[in-house]
Design a protein around this ligand. Structure first.
Ligand code: NAD
Length: 447
């Protein structure tokens, strides 16, 4: 089938590539010229395990093309996927300007019937807005071309995006058109062989399903962080509590890790957007507001521990003269994405208190450099070991696999004081105590 994607970011690039790999012909359109020129040269703009060879292969074999020429893209695909960003507006609601711009572009150039598919995460009612936008431009053109609008939200996880798209848990299709449904079923047939994964529903339900999924996951995280905050005050260990509740199959172990807050491009903005949607219809979403505020506070947690440890604020004391080794900058492992990452909140607090940061991340160094540029209080280090050189303490913000069994003697040798502030609870407090390391972690009393 012939497919066009608009917005070649985390979602668009991965989904377009996986569809091409299944045999479809996919044209990728983005307004970012550098991104498109780089992709043509095999330079992939994001880090996702397994993505680079898949893009190279499908590009070389001609099933994947990259262009900034939207008119070409419109006339290429019968199926037109919108996968552009939907960042929060000033009030937290989803900003639809990029989505509606693509709708306008499609309507401006289309010369044959199209199925327009919303893959971006968009509030309930967006399909109606896309439809109205297309209708209005077609009207101006005096065109009676047919089109339908489908909602097909994306559930991939950054860091596992390729495998999620190749083997999705479910494929949600919101449509009111039997013809569009059939085309979508044909498109996804290669991914629907093992067992039925396609769930067809009305458009509004599909739009809400995406928000409900992300908000549920964010709720699990904030719930656990709230339990962690209670645990540390009553002298319990949240990691024991986690094991104790996760073993109940009704609860399960997934997404109940306490930590220094959730980040990324999706949970923070999607929770906010659903709160705004609810406000807009006169319903106060009490749970989601609490999820947001618990997470906001949780991102301050490591700085709170650091402040307690060094007596920040006591007699005007700050962190001047201190250098922190920081392991993990991306908002979660296996990605270079720094959007809303807890590490950013922490680094900014450390800098404001006069400290220096020596940071290391396996993939997010370039992105950190892009965001913060060169500043005297940030050194980007080539290895996790070199980040420890002459530092006063170690902080862990992201649970990358290769942080989980470090050389503790080296840590003790390099740091001026053997102290670790761990935002991901990677180690056993009693083991750290035996090693003579002062260990601050989330929701556990032992230091
Ligand atoms: P992204 O920021 O990585 O990429 C968006 C791309 O759209 C950019 O390259 C930008 O240049 C391009 N763009 C903007 N306007 C355009 C236009 N008019 N024509 C063509 N390209 C245009 O975004 P993302 O992380 O891939 O997210 C895209 C959408 O998918 C969002 O709504 C997001 O909420 C949703 N989503 C994201 C994830 C994720 O893990 N990142 C998962 C599921 C859903």
């Amino acid at each position: 089938m012939k497919v066009t994607f608009y917005g070649i970011g985390y979602v668009g690039l991965v989904q377009a590539t996986v569809l091409a790999d299944a045999g479809h012909d996919v044209c990728c359109v983005d307004i970012d010229e550098t991104r498109i020129e780089n992709l043509k040269k095999g330079i992939i703009p994001i880090y996702e395990p397994g993505l680079t060879p898949l893009v190279e292969k499908n590009f070389a074999e001609g099933r994947l093309t990259f262009t900034t020429d939207a008119e070409f893209g419109v006339n290429f695909g019968d199926l037109q996927f919108i996968a552009v960003g939907t960042p929060p507006d000033e009030d937290g609601s989803a900003d639809l300007k990029y989505v509606l711009k693509v709708a306008e572009t499609i309507a401006t150039h289309m010369n044959s019937p199209k199925v327009i598919i919303d893959k971006s995460t968009v509030p309930v009612g967006t399909a109606d807005k896309v439809r109205a936008q297309v209708q209005s431009v077609l009207g101006e053109r005096g065109s009676t071309l047919e089109f339908s609008v489908v909602s097909n939200p994306e559930f991939l996880k950054e860091g596992a995006a390729v495998s999620d798209c190749k083997r999705p848990d479910r494929i949600v299709i919101g449509t009111d058109s039997a013809d569009a449904e059939e085309l979508m079923r044909e498109l996804y047939a290669p991914f629907n062989r093992n067992h039925e994964k396609i769930i067809v529903m009305d458009i509004k339900s599909a739009e809400l399903t995406k928000y409900a999924a992300n908000c549920m996951l964010a709720t699990k995280i904030s719930f656990m962080n709230e339990m962690a905050n209670i645990a540390e005050r009553v002298g319990a260990d949240i990691e024991h509590v986690r094991q104790g509740i996760g073993s109940d199959s009704r609860i399960g172990f997934q997404f109940i890790y306490p930590g220094c807050g959730y980040g990324g491009s999706c949970f923070p903005k999607d929770v906010q957007a659903l709160v705004r949607t609810a406000d807009g219809i006169g319903y106060e979403s009490q749970i989601l507001k609490a999820v947001e505020s618990v997470n906001y506070a949780q991102k301050n947690k490591l700085f709170e521990y650091i402040s307690k440890h060094y007596g920040v604020g006591v007699d005007g004391k700050d962190l001047s003269g201190k250098t922190f080794a920081l392991w993990g900058l991306s908002f979660k492992p296996n990605t270079d994405d720094m959007r809303e990452a807890p590490s950013r909140v922490l680094m900014e607090q450390l800098w404001a208190a006069g400290a220096k940061v020596q940071a290391y991340d396996p993939e997010a160094m370039e992105e950190t450099q892009r965001i913060y540029g060169s500043r005297p209080d940030l050194s980007l280090m080539g290895t996790k070991e070199s980040a420890l050189n002459n530092a006063d303490a170690l902080i862990i913000c992201t649970e990358w696999q290769n942080f989980k069994a470090p050389d503790f003697s080296l840590i003790k040798e390099q740091l001026s004081e053997a102290v670790i502030f761990d935002g991901r609870n990677l180690f056993e407090p009693t083991r750290m105590h035996k090693k003579g390391i002062v260990y601050w972690s989330i929701g556990r009393l032992a230091r």
